[in-house]
Design a binder for this molecule. Structure first.
Ligand code: PHE
Ligand code: ZN
Length: 884
């Protein structure tokens, strides 16, 4: 949409549509230059709302004709709407013909071509770029789709549901007819046509039903689909076992496409995936890729119930399906991981992601509630808040009502709402009603503030031990900072899972029953909890498992943190204690403006983790990785990205040098023998070996040693899987070793024909630690590389998001060159793909907390973008919110 300032759409303005569309018969005559779409709809007036005209959405369409009950009818076009004043009162048939141009559709929303095949993307409002429609999620229809296309070029013709008919036509064309029996909103519609091949698998569910699973990809990619197929089968098994939710279709199809704005899309029975979220082989994908694919395949599959069978009434309710489905895919990944320690590793990774992406969002220009109140472009609200904070909100329901209570709530939710388009309130009511008398049910209105209030609550804890009375009094208080449009906040309902440890790390009984863990529910601004029979000053372990998405200030001393790090029974809090110790060091150095020096106690604690006989390698890798620069920035009121970077580099160097012998031993001890499998145990070992190697090469750079860089180069060359190969390459690149240059050349030559691997090649260079402007200069040169293009979202992100969002020290430059580059790229991408442009634009969300000279220069760059008259509504909303 290209207009001046786009209007704000308000949640409270929701009204039912004036008409319902019950059935749609769509015919596509597919042609890349001009596709003819014929839509025959069965329409009826909605008598629950005042009588009005029929207004259909349509964007960038060529309208050919409009018929009602077979006769032409008068209509007018008003902006992006087709208005029919004289629609009948009785049910009627509406027929519309229009054309679209898939080849020119670089926005990748609606019907487009990629690699010579046709694909659609309709969420959130892409269907209106295919044909005129009531393109809103509360209008649900049964679709029958006929596809006609050249048989040689497009042998595969797919749409939602079941194949009803197919055959040949004249002129080398053929056709297929698909019918989806489930009424669905237009955003779940999809078609695919092209020269694709499929991996197929027949499965029988517990209930004894047979299904055909298919994964469609381009010729040559078939070997890379095994992991996705396995993940799909595992997801089916899990959803039936955990929530009693079976697959409801005879056929379930998954398709890969190289040009895609997001990770994947849950179209009914025809999920479409970014190839980066689908394709994996040991030689081309890392352990992290394998895990990400498993969770995205699961996520899309889980949407079939949470999103498709029960969908959203309006887009403000987006977290109804996204928060819930992220929660479900997180639970799935944890259950797949197996052991308590492997589950904790999953949880730590999810929390790290939340803190790196959602916390900054919640304290920046784009801060918004999990259920936003207004938007101008819905595409801008597919955010970490709606997804990841939304998932934390769902997790809190489970914490408050228990696992069984939550499952009962889900059951009630489907009993009540299957086939409907509903709201977050409906979900909350189902969970609460299934658990009468629970804390959730008695605090439901207050709990729902999690949907309404933006900003990350700050919880402060203060403990006092009374040795005479043998009591420990824990005073908890909370505040939520102001966010744009929300000056004051009410207290939230914060479940705090906790325990108490004595000085030696033994768990203390919290009550007469002898429980050592308990859930405190903080629902006031300030509350006091008293524990009896506590003989000596305990160390509180609060917010175990990160039981609420808050910032906790527990006032613990380093001594207390060390106790938790060594002894807490909760692995999340053990990890957290180590992170806090590191963070404290870094923050002290930043506040004092002094060079960072790690204490011996800290180094010894880290050595203790690295050499620990019982801890899992995956956990060790997480514990020995320092807090990220974005998370450190979140702790500060004034952010100097260069100072943060310098402190982190210093800490890393000291850790590398002080533990030199331990790293070397760890590297040797964690070599994985035998064939590659991406299971949690072997990937944990590879992760720790890679961290050790990167520390050893980093240390070698400082001492002038050439042995470890040589070893890294050898390992890079000989590696039998991408995790080891990329790990060794990263060790060289991140340390700025001389051997990085030949290694990068060799890597490119080896993988020049594999786009997803070349994306890694760009990203690795753009994310390398900045030193004297070399990384920034390299990124500018790479932007002119023959393999670089802004048209492919994966490639554009691999370079630009890597620099602007994930490499603060390379991006925030005193000479403002990073911001100038950002502005140029945002404007260039905006002319091609507004959704992609607005994602890159968000790199500036937190400009207001930057120190000078960054702050003024950043503001100027944003203002320059905002001054462009023909910005997309996507980018306009981002830059205007930034400047507001
Ligand atoms: N609904 C998709 C998901 O979460 C994400 C998506 C949104 C994809 C918009 C494309 C466009 O799985
Ligand atoms: Zn989703």
């Amino acid at each position: 949409m290209r207009e001046g300032t786009a209007p704000l759409i308000q949640r409270l303005d929701y009204q039912q549509p004036a008409f319902w569309i019950r059935k749609v018969d769509l015919t596509f005559d597919l042609d890349p230059a001009k596709t003819l779409v014929t839509s025959k709809m069965q329409v009826e007036r909605n008598r629950a709302v005042p009588h009005g005209p029929l207004r259909l959405h349509g964007e960038e369409l060529n309208l050919l004709r409009v018929l009602i009950d077979g006769s032409s009818v008068s209509f007018r076009q008003e902006g992006q709407e087709l208005v029919i004043e004289s629609a009948p009162d009785a049910d009627f048939a509406l027929e519309i013909r229009n054309t679209t141009c898939p080849d020119k559709n670089t926005a990748l929303s609606g019907l487009y071509t990629s690699g010579g095949s046709f694909f659609t993307q309709c969420e959130a409002e892409g269907f209106r770029r295919i044909t005129y429609f009531l393109d809103r999620p509360d209008v649900m229809a049964v679709y029958t789709v006929t596809l006609r296309a050249d048989k040689a070029k497009y042998p595969i013709l797919l749409a939602n549901g079941n194949l009803q008919d197919s055959g040949t036509l004249d002129n080398g064309r053929h056709f297929a007819v698909w019918h989806d029996p489930f009424p669905k909103p237009s955003y779940l519609f999809a078609v695919v046509a092209g020269d694709l091949v499929a991996r197929e698998q027949r499965v029988r569910t517990r209930a004894g039903k047979d299904h055909l699973l298919q994964v469609f990809v381009r010729r040559g990619d078939l070997e890379k689909t095994e992991h996705a197929m396995n993940s799909l089968i595992a997801s089916m098994v899990w959803d039936e076992a955990r929530f009693g939710l079976p697959l409801d279709l005879e056929r379930f199809m998954v398709v890969g496409v190289s040009d895609f704005n997001m990770g994947a899309m849950e179209n009914k029975g025809l999920n479409i995936f970014n190839t980066s979220a689908l394709l994996a082989s040991p030689a081309t994908a890392t352990d992290v890729d394998f895990a990400r694919i498993e969770s995205i395949v699961a996520h899309e599959y889980f949407h079939n119930w949470t999103g498709n069978r029960v969908t959203c009434r309006d887009w403000f309710q987006l977290s109804l399906k996204e928060g819930l489905t992220v929660f479900r895919d997180q639970e799935f990944s944890m259950d797949m991981a197996g052991t308590p320690s492997a589950r904790a590793v999953c949880r730590i990774q999810d929390v790290r992601q939340l803190r790196a992406m959602q916390f900054p969002e919640d304290s920046g220009a784009m801060a918004h509630p999990v259920r936003p109140d207004s938007y101008s472009e819905i595409n801008n609200f597919y955010t970490a808040t709606v997804y990841e904070k939304g998932a934390e909100v769902v997790r809190m329901y489970q914490t408050l009502v228990g696992r069984q209570g939550f499952e009962a709530g889900m059951k009630l939710y489907f009993e009540r709402h299957d086939g409907q388009a509903v709201t977050c309130d409906d979900f909350a009511a189902a969970i609460a009603d299934a658990n009468p008398g629970s804390v959730l049910a008695t605090h439901l209105d207050a709990f729902k503030r999690w949907y309404a209030q933006a900003g990350t609550p700050r919880v402060t804890a203060h403990g006092e031990h009374d040795s005479a009375a043998r009591t420990f009094t824990l005073r908890l208080s909370q505040t939520t900072p102001a966010t744009p449009g929300q000056a004051t906040k009410l207290p939230q309902v914060v479940p705090i899972v906790m325990g108490l440890l004595d000085r030696h790390g033994h768990a203390l009984a919290l009550n007469a029953a002898g429980d050592t863990e308990q859930v405190l529910v903080l629902d006031q601004a300030e509350q006091t909890f008293v524990f009896e029979n506590i003989d000596s000053e305990p160390v509180p372990s609060l917010l175990r498992g990160f039981s609420a998405p808050v910032v906790l200030d527990d006032g613990l001393s380093d001594a207390g943190l060390l106790v938790l790090m060594r002894h807490d029974s909760d692995p999340f809090n053990r990890w957290e204690a180590g992170q806090r110790l590191a963070l404290n060091r870094i923050l002290h150095a930043l506040r004092d403006g002094q060079p960072l020096v790690l204490s011996n106690a800290f180094i010894d604690a880290m050595r203790g983790v690295l050499n620990h006989p019982d801890l899992d390698p995956a956990f060790k890798e997480l514990a020995l990785t320092l807090p990220g620069e974005a998370y450190i920035a979140e702790q500060l009121h004034v952010v100097d990205p260069q100072a943060i970077h310098a402190a982190v580099v210093a800490a890393q160097q000291q850790l590398a040098s002080a533990l030199r012998a331990d790293w070397a031993a760890a590297f040797e001890a964690h070599q994985v023998k035998g064939g590659y499998t991406p299971d949690p145990v072997s990937s944990g070992k590879r992760a720790l070996a890679n961290l050790a190697l990167s520390m050893l090469v980093l240390d070698a750079q400082a001492t002038g040693d050439t042995v470890w860089p040589g070893k890294a180069y050898q390992r890079f060359k000989d590696a039998s899987n991408m995790t080891d190969r990329l790990g060794a390459l990263a060790a060289l690149v991140n340390a700025g070793a001389e051997l990085a240059t030949p290694a990068l050349e060799r890597f490119h030559a080896l993988f020049k024909d594999d786009a997803l691997v070349i994306d890694k090649w760009f990203a690795l260079q753009a994310r390398a630690p900045e030193a004297n402007g070399r990384v920034f200069a390299r990124v500018k040169a790479l932007a002119k590389h023959a393999d670089f293009t802004l048209k492919n979202p994966n490639r554009a992100r691999s370079l630009l998001a890597s620099l602007c969002m994930f490499n603060p020290a390379a991006f925030h430059r005193a000479d403002a060159a990073g911001y100038v580059f950002w502005a140029e790229q945002v404007l260039a991408i905006d002319a091609i793909n507004p959704q992609l442009a607005s994602r890159v634009a968000r790199a500036m969300d937190r400009w207001a907390v930057l120190a000078e000279p960054y702050r003024s220069a950043a503001r100027e760059a944003i203002a320059r973008v905002a001054a462009k008259p023909d910005l997309s509504s996507d980018v306009r909303e981002i830059v205007e919110r930034a400047l507001a």
